[in-house]
Write a protein that binds this ligand. Structure first.
Ligand code: NAD
Length: 381
């Protein structure tokens, strides 16, 4: 069975973000809280949007306290500001951290907390206030997904999943990515690739997800290297489109072992989400190939790699291509190279198995499998 429910309007185009004021007017909003972070604000990306909001006579309150891998305190502060200022709409501008903070803050406005009671699948009972998301990275797809990830007191990245978390409107403006540093283009692009590969190859069957994932992989294989090297609007635009497609894919079909294992690495060792996924992706693909050779062979073809003598060999060629891609993008081969403490592995294994993504991984996975994969990803062997 394949079904699709994505209640988000997607507006893609150069300068599309300039229309944000009229979009909020059409949602009958008069006082909007912008949720963003210092890096995005210092890059001047909000200026064009505040002008557009002012032209539509919409008041603006700024929450600039977003932190990478947003935690409960950050989300609650944003919620408190929204409530104390009597806002009636939310604009998220930034990467996944800003969009996820906006989603989680909006969720707390209309749903009784605490956050711990909302973690997991479909625990929200009420829709969020009107939310428009404007991504400035090309990785998470959060502007179209039904997920927000909030880091708890134990440094566990807790996913909250509900169709109420899908923004009302996603405005995709490639020009906003021009200031994104090359290493962030690379890391967030690999995040998008990971979403697409996992949604395509896991045990959840959904044709709409597969079509989106395959197109995302094809686009990323063509655009990520030049987008990282040259950073022009055309290539960044293709990456932005691809990351949204990958977000659509995993909203419909969920993810797999890479995400189950990368969240603990980000939560416990503060490795950026895209980098953690990029490092783990080839190791997990190599482990998973026997579980779904057909799916991984499709990945290989979408990556533009030639067919081999049989399906398994074709699938394995895709793993090698991802290793090469990481190398070309300057992504380290191991967590050791990133200074992550190997002593964290037992805690990471424990947190991996709290994720629902292990059960849908294409190959049945034991604790000893996860330990072996972590050890390989730590040493780079
Ligand atoms: P991010 O939002 O943490 O941003 C990383 C850095 O890039 C920040 O310092 C930011 O200031 C800077 N930045 C962003 N855009 C910029 C631009 N255009 N110019 C200059 N600097 C810019 O990074 P991310 O990888 O987009 O998001 C990661 C977060 O997203 C993690 O918390 C992860 O769990 C979450 N995530 C959510 C979903 C979802 O569906 N909800 C999916 C994947 C990941």
């Amino acid at each position: 069975m394949s079904s699709i429910f994505l209640p988000v309007r997607i507006e893609f185009g150069m300068d599309s973000s300039l229309r944000v004021g009229s979009e909020f007017s059409s949602l009958n909003c008069t006082k909007v809280m912008i949720v963003s972070d210092k890096g995005v604000i210092d890059s001047g990306l909000l200026d064009r949007m505040t002008k557009s909001l002012a032209e539509s006579a919409i008041q603006v309150i700024l929450f600039d306290g977003v932190r990478p891998d947003p935690d409960i305190a950050c989300v609650e502060k944003a919620r408190d500001l929204y409530v104390s200022q009597a806002c009636d709409g939310i604009l998220a501008v930034g990467g996944g951290s800003s969009i996820d903070t906006a989603k989680a803050a909006g969720m707390l406005v209309t749903n009784p907390g605490p956050i711990a009671g909302l973690v997991g699948m479909n625990k929200l009972t009420n829709p969020l206030p009107p939310l428009i998301a404007i991504p400035t990275t090309c990785g998470t797809g959060s502007e179209v997904t039904n997920v927000t990830v909030v880091t708890d007191e134990r440094h566990f990245k807790a996913p909250i999943v509900s169709s109420y978390l899908i923004p009302k409107i996603a405005m995709l403006d490639p020009g906003l990515l021009l200031s994104l540093p090359p290493n962030m283009v690379a890391a967030t692009g690999m995040d998008a690739l990971t979403h697409a590969v996992e949604a395509l190859t896991n045990n959840v069957e959904n044709w709409y997800a597969d079509a989106s994932a395959l197109e995302a992989i094809r686009l990323i294989s063509q655009a990520l290297r030049p987008a990282t090297a040259n950073g022009n609007a055309a290539e960044l635009g293709r990456m932005l489109y691809a990351s949204t497609l990958a977000g659509v894919a995993f909203t419909l079909a969920r993810l797999g072992l890479v995400h189950a294992m990368s969240h603990p690495v980000s939560g416990l060792a503060r490795v950026p989400h895209g980098v953690a996924n990029a490092v783990l992706l080839p190791y997990v693909m190599a482990f998973n190939v026997v579980g779904n050779p057909r799916g991984y062979a499709q990945v290989t073809r979408a990556l533009g790699v030639a067919e081999r003598e049989n399906e398994v060999a074709t699938a394995v060629a895709g793993v090698k291509e991802v290793v090469k891609l990481n190398h070309q993008l300057g992504i380290p081969k191991s967590f050791k190279a990133l200074g992550v403490d190997e002593e964290l592995i037992p805690l990471m294994i424990e947190d991996t198995f709290k994720s629902g993504n292990v059960a849908i991984n294409p190959r049945r996975t034991t604790k000893s499998d996860v330990e072996k994969i972590y050890k390989a990803a730590f040493t780079g062997e």
